[in-house]
Design a protein around this ligand. Structure first.
Ligand code: ZN
Ligand code: ZN
Length: 409
């Protein structure tokens, strides 16, 4: 009798790429020296992974939802909840979430600047003035994000998410009055309109804004919500799959998704999210998490950063970091299946996400080894797994792990 095995999904964020002239027509993965990734391909099964579906340009959030087994077309409820999760807010089922701009209005209440001069300082103090307000039995949770951005959560009974934006998306006009499409959303709209008025009342005299006006800067004297979304009605990871899991990741958004799915989100202080990240510290955290859970997903962020920076040579370097991470996992695990892939392509020629599939290798004690000997976009296209959808990756893994319920008798 075989013992149930453990499983790891190892992702290079945005690692898939196109042939690059600067690399003599290789992709960054193909150009990298990567003995461990090649070993996973040579001793495993290979194919191409469509993180969501063929040709779809995936965000890291939607791709990770899919790869964790949750159909993003069913569960992704807009950027509001994921923005809030991404900055570490405690999003709960039933919450209504918004993206928010700090903005500048004049004495007549017309929007002068939708980004309050792209304010960078003092937003935590401004946010603290709004966080925790209550009205009509509901609570406001509010937190600053990057620059003029923030996120708003409205929490209370019977709130709907079909609410129009208060942000007019234009300057020279007053904020829009929010409207709801149904009774529950009308209740939310009334809260939004109250919140916008309250933000103006509390932010205008705030010391941060008094100092900005004195310095000739536009005050951040109003908060404008947009993009309402209900917290997704997701089962937890354990309820969905029948076993617990952990994340060792660097992207705030993905950490937020993991917390919401009730997964263990491991804090690795040396994981900085850029080229200087300590990939071996991440690898040790993966091995340690496997003592508590049968499954760990690990995402190394820096390939995506190099892609957004149009930096081919640095992207090659990031693939080699992922290779070292994989080497540690190979040396320090037993009876474990490892799938290596990416959450999407971020080609260095493009500087943004594109919709091509990414190379996939699935390695472990009993895989049906195919003839592919190298890990890469073109070599893995000849592999036995052929074309796999993101949402099908975990089932492929859990079947080998002997941890999947039988479908039928
Ligand atoms: Zn990504
Ligand atoms: Zn990206």
């Amino acid at each position: 009798m075989l013992e149930p095995a453990k499983g790891i999904i190892l992702l290079g964020d945005g690692m898939g790429d196109w042939p690059v002239p600067e690399l003599d027509g290789d992709t960054p993965i193909e150009a990298a020296v990567k003995p461990n990734l090649d070993r996973l391909a040579r001793e495993g099964e290979t194919g191409l992974l469509d993180p969501i579906a063929p040709g779809v340009r995936a965000g890291s959030d939607t791709a990770h939802l899919a790869i964790l087994g949750f159909d993003p077309y069913r569960y992704y409820t807009g950027r509001g909840p994921f923005e809030a999760l991404g900055i570490g807010m405690d999003v709960r089922r039933g919450d209504i979430c918004f993206r928010v701009n700090f903005a500048t209005v004049d004495a007549d209440g017309k929007v002068l600047d939708r980004r309050a001069g792209r304010i960078t300082e003092g937003t935590a103090e401004l946010a603290a003035a709004l966080d925790g307000l209550t009205h009509d039995g509901c609570t406001v949770l509010f937190k600053q994000s990057v620059a003029h951005r923030a996120a708003l959560i409205l929490r209370g009974p019977g709130l709907g998410a079909n609410v129009t934006d208060a942000d007019p998306h234009a300057e020279g006009v007053p904020p829009h009055e929010a409207h709801g499409a149904d009774a529950a959303s009308e209740k939310t709209a009334a809260l939004v309109n109250w919140f916008v008025a309250e933000s103006r009342r509390l932010l205008a005299p705030h010391p941060v804004n008094v100092a900005r006006v004195k310095a000739g800067l536009p005050p951040a004297n109003i908060a404008l919500p947009r993009g309402a979304g209900g917290a997704p009605d997701l089962p937890t990871f354990a309820a969905k799959h029948g076993f617990t899991g952990a994340l060792v990741v660097e992207v705030g958004l993905v950490k937020g998704i993991g917390r919401y799915l009730d997964m263990e989100v491991v804090d690795v202080p040396a994981a900085t999210g850029d080229i200087h990240t300590d990939e071996l510290a991440m690898a040790r955290a993966v091995v340690d998490a496997l003592t508590r859970h049968p499954f760990v997903l690990c995402n190394l962020k820096c390939p995506d950063v190099a892609g957004h920076d149009f930096n081919a040579l640095q992207k090659v370097e990031t693939v080699q970091k992922l290779d070292r991470l994989a080497g540690y996992l190979l040396a320090h695990t037993t009876n474990t299946y490892i799938a290596v892939a990416a959450d999407h392509c971020t080609p260095v020629l493009v500087g943004d996400h594109t919709g091509e599939p990414v190379p996939l290798a699935l390695w472990g004690p009993h895989t049906r080894v195919d003839r592919v000997a190298e890990y890469g976009e073109r070599s893995c296209a000849a592999g036995s797994l052929q074309r796999v959808a993101g949402a099908d990756l975990l089932p492929l893994l859990t079947s080998y792990m002997l941890r999947q319920e039988k479908f039928g008798a």
